[in-house]
Structures are given as C-alpha cells and as structure tokens.
Design a protein around this ligand. Structure first.
Ligand SMILES: *Cc1c(COP(=O)(O)O)cnc(C)c1O
Length: 418
C-alpha cells in the first residue's frame, strides 16, 4: 500500500518496511500487525518515564478541556507561569525562560539571544564556537552550529561559518582546551560557545568527562564568551543527573531544553537565560526586544504536560530508576566485553553504547539499517548511528527487558556478521 507520507531521515527509494504503531505503554510499542516492540531508544530520545505515563496523560486531557491555545505575546497563563518558576528553581543562575516547540528552535533561540545580547551592548560579535562532531538540530541555524556531513551537504553553502573546537577525545583533551582558549582570545571575539554537555548524541554517543566540561565553561567565563549548554538530549536524567551540567558544577549562560521536558509526550522546548542576557534585551526601546515567536509558544496543553513531568520528578525517585537502568545496561554491555567484533563499550546514566568493528562505518553504510531491520524482527526498536549501537530506553524499562534487548542485539550482530 503506498502512502503520501514523507518520513524524516528515510530513503523512500529503498522501500524498507515502515511499521505502523497504534498504541504504546511503558517501554513498549504496539504495531498494527499485533506485534510488540521494545522501545530501545525512547522513541528517538524523548520518552523519559515511559509511554502514556498516566499522570502526564491525565494532565494533557484536563488542560485540553480548559485552555487549549492562546497568543503568548503580551498574554500569559498559569501553566506557563508555574512551569517557568519550576525551571528557574531547578537551574541556579538561570532566571528567565523562553518557550518554543522543539530542540532545534530552542537552539535557534539561544543563538539569537547570544547575538542579540552583544548587539544590544554595542559589541560586534557574531562568531559562534562549536565542538567537533556536534549535533544541534536540523533548521538552518542549528545545522550551522552542527557538524558538516552528508546530512547537510545540499545546504552547506548557506550555513553560516563557525569555528570548530576539536572533540576532547581521551588523548586530545588538552588540544581541545587549548583550541578553545585560543579562539576565545582572538581579536575577532566570539559571541558564544555551544556544547552538548558530557555526551555528543547524534555524533555517535561520544562521551567526555565532567572535568573537561568544567574547564571549557571556565575558559569561556574567563574570556567573557557566552557558554550555551544544549541539554536537549542530556536533560531530564538521561546522564544520571537531572541536567548533565550539574555533574561539572557548571552554570551556563543559556540552556536549551526540549525532548524530555514533557516526559516526551508532547512537543515543548525552553531556552533558559541568565539575568544578564535578559537585561541586555530589556529597555524602554522597542528595537531591543527579543524578536522571536512561534505560533505555539508555551502552548498550555504542552506546559501542563511539563508541569506533570516536574511533579513526577518532585515526588518519585526518578534518578533511582535511572541508576537501576544504568546497572542493567552495564551488565548487558559486559557480556560483549570479549566479543571480537565489538569494542569501546561506554555508559553514562541511562545511555549505553558500543561500537561495531566494520569496514565502512559511515552513516550511509548498510550496517545501521541492517542491524535496525534485524533488531526489528527480534521485537526491538533500535537505530544505530553508523557503527555505533546504543540503547537509551525509557526509565521504566526493567532489567529483564534490558537483558532481552541485549539478546536481540547479539542476534542482530550475529545475523550481520554471519
Ligand atoms: C535532538 C536534538 C536536538 C534537536 O531537537 P528537535 O526537537 O529534534 O528539533 C538539538 N540538540 C540535541 C543535542 C539533540 O539531541
């Protein structure tokens, strides 16, 4: 049956099967054909507690019957006010909250705030520093600060120039810090440095230490370059703390949140800003206001879902679940320790990853789609990044389900390598 739907990151010319999901609960997705899939990647990194979490679903239903949508320019509503207060209370040093709809827009907003900050202060600073292998979203600005690759080759001439700091790989940590320092000192002063704290997700689940994160933030602070933490993937417990920056004791000037902000149920994003950045836009001159909005800014239903998510964080031992999940991931990864085709096992919080030794490890190699198809036939939703196989399951996933996921991964690798 042909469909008019054009799917994201999908090559329709390859005619790979597109399963239809009709319902979900906990860590499981139910397919139209009656089979069930274990959601090994939290439906692309968004679901935190589990699918159709009852408190979040109830909050959505209640809000949908009370106030669905309203203009947020010049008007406000109780759900947004409560949510903003809660977010500020959770992030010392960040006093203002700007809402949008996706991780990409949260990043665009952060970049525009950084540029607006220097513009309003009368300093010409336009350069953005980025970390090698980064991913910050798929809109033009977010792509500009992300790694250049086959993903954005067609648009590359229109992406703005950035200066790239090498990734702090194990033996190249000082190179990374030195390069950052040099760029911060340059006469062409940068406006901001944007990073994914502790782990680069789409870049291949590349981890680096809290100490490096702390030193990167310190260099920026020393040179008065804004430090932007893109916690779109790392936020909401994924790395073992509510936010990854906490592990380094780092207070960014701007922080981007999305994905798990609503527990993953509905789209909502927030860019948190320091008082200094807010103050550089506040004035009796309308030309200095922050020129950004989207139709669904701070949608009340989405804000209600986020408030319900925050209630769960306040009242339940979410990090205890993340720890237990982490232990189960360690256990599963340890089974692959002696596997001749696998190496570089790593785990942070509720994310476990391992690399497959394969000839061609690029995104376009056949390895990832073959593993994906093989796992699918085993009842596991997996989406390897090139030759990097990872699990990032919802926090409700049990050790038995994790063991099952690793068994499916083992079988998928055997099927691939023969
Ligand atoms: C997913 C992701 C984004 C983009 O979020 P969308 O909601 O998909 O636009 C930005 N930054 C990071 C680190 C991400 O993982």
């Amino acid at each position: 049956m042909s469909s008019p739907v054009w799917h994201p990151f999908t090559q329709h010319g390859l005619e790979e099967a597109i399963p239809e999901i009709v319902s979900a609960s906990g860590a499981w997705l139910d397919c139209a054909d009656g089979t069930r899939l274990l959601d090994g990647i939290s439906s692309w990194w968004v679901i935190t507690h589990g699918h159709c979490e009852p408190r979040i679903a109830a909050a959505i239903a209640e809000q949908a019957g009370q106030l669905d949508q309203m203009i947020f320019a010049g008007y406000t509503h109780p759900q947004a006010e409560a949510l903003a207060r809660s977010l500020v209370a959770l992030t010392p040093g960040l006093d203002h909250v700007f809402f949008s709809d996706s991780g990409s827009t949260a990043v665009e907003v952060a970049l525009k705030m950084a540029l607006g900050h220097w513009h309003n202060r009368g300093e010409a600073r336009h350069r953005i520093l980025v970390l090698e292998h980064s991913y910050h979203g798929d809109t033009i600005g977010a792509m500009s600060v992300g790694a250049r690759s086959v993903f954005n080759r067609a648009y590359e001439p229109l992406l703005f120039d950035v200066a790239t700091v090498p990734f702090p790989a194990e033996r190249a940590q000082q190179d990374c810090l030195d390069a950052l320092e040099q760029l911060c000192r340059a006469p062409d002063k940068p406006a901001a440095f944007i990073v994914e704290p502790l782990i680069l997700g789409a870049g291949g689940m590349l981890v680096y230490s809290p100490d490096i994160l702390r030193q990167m933030a310190a260099i920026c602070a020393q040179h008065d370059v804004l430090f932007v933490a893109d916690e779109v993937m790392t936020g909401w417990g994924r790395t073992g703390t509510l936010f990854a920056c906490e592990q380094a004791g780092v207070t960014p000037d701007l922080m981007c949140l999305a994905k798990g902000l609503t527990g993953g149920a509905v789209p909502l994003a927030a860019t948190l800003a320091s008082a200094a950045i807010f103050e550089s836009h506040r004035s009796n001159d309308r030309a200095r206001m922050f020129f950004h909005s989207s139709s669904f800014t701070a949608n009340p239903i989405c804000c209600a879902a986020a408030n319900a998510n925050l209630d769960i964080w306040r009242e339940e031992d979410v990090l205890g679940r993340v720890d237990a999940l982490g232990a189960a991931l360690d256990e599963g990864l340890s089974q692959f320790a002696a596997h001749s085709r696998l190496h570089n096992a790593r785990r942070i919080g509720a994310i476990g990853a391992i690399d497959l030794r394969a000839g061609d490890s690029g995104y376009l190699s056949d390895v990832a789609p073959k593993l994906r198809a093989s796992a699918l036939s085993e009842g596991l939703l997996l989406r390897p990044l090139g030759n990097t196989i990872y699990l990032m399951p919802p926090y409700c996933t049990t050790p038995a389900e994790i063991a099952r996921a690793f068994a499916a991964i083992g079988n998928a690798i055997d099927a691939l390598t023969g």
